[in-house]
Design a protein around this ligand. Structure first.
Ligand SMILES: O=C(O)CCC(=O)C(=O)O
Ligand SMILES: [Fe+2]
Length: 196
């Protein structure tokens, strides 16, 4: 947590313990056929641009997707820690599974929409077994000093960063690439409009 407040990002290896990892990965594999082509922009301005991102996503729903309850508990714990130690006032979240087929990538972007700015912390957890150098699919994080960092999407690793402040991209993957990505949210977007 401390690291995130100083650095804008943090990488936590083995964030998912082996049991959670296997549960989420099995859920991922058994839902692969229900994934949809990912778009860009919030609801109203949602467009599909193959040239910007090439992944397929499956939005999770806490009420429906109870098979991954252990994951939801981990989200609760994580939000609690952020609120307690970083005073972030997080009150919601949204998560999707993402499948980048061979050759899939996501161009440089930040995780906030023009019309909606309540995404506060981005969390990406990798579900790839036996990832190796040369497999591609790294997350490239662009730092304020002009340098960048390549993060390999290895099993059970979690990367967290400030959604508004950290430009990033996904390098083309040479193998199918599996992840669970989400955002911890501050007040609901609609309320944000009223509060200015
Ligand atoms: O999968 C990743 O490493 C990052 C994905 C991403 O940037 C996004 O979905 O917004
Ligand atoms: Fe992103």
């Amino acid at each position: 947590m401390d690291e995130l407040s100083h650095n804008d990002y943090v990488i936590v290896d083995n964030f998912l313990d082996p049991h959670r990892f296997n549960t989420i990965r099995s859920f991922f594999l058994s839902h692969l056929e229900a994934f949809n082509k990912a778009g860009i922009g919030a609801m109203g301005e949602h467009v599909i641009r193959q040239d910007i991102r090439g992944d397929y996503t499956y939005w999770l729903d806490r009420k429906r997707d109870t098979e991954v309850n252990e994951f939801w508990n981990l989200v609760d714990e994580t939000m609690h820690i952020y609120n307690r130690y970083c005073f972030l006032g997080l009150s919601g979240y949204e998560f999707h599974l993402a499948h980048y087929p061979k050759g899939g990538y996501y161009e440089k972007h930040i995780d906030q929409f023009n019309t909606r700015s309540n995404r506060t912390i981005s969390m990406v957890m990798y579900l790839n077994k036996g990832w190796q150098k040369g497999d591609g699919g790294e997350l490239e994080i662009f730092l304020k000093d002009g340098t960048s960092l390549l993060v390999e999407p290895i099993e059970a690793r979690c990367v967290m960063f400030k959604s508004a402040d950290v430009p990033h991209r996904v390098v083309a993957s040479n193998k199918p690439r599996y992840s669970l990505t989400g955002w911890l949210l501050q007040q609901p977007a609609s309320l944000g409009k009223f509060l200015g």
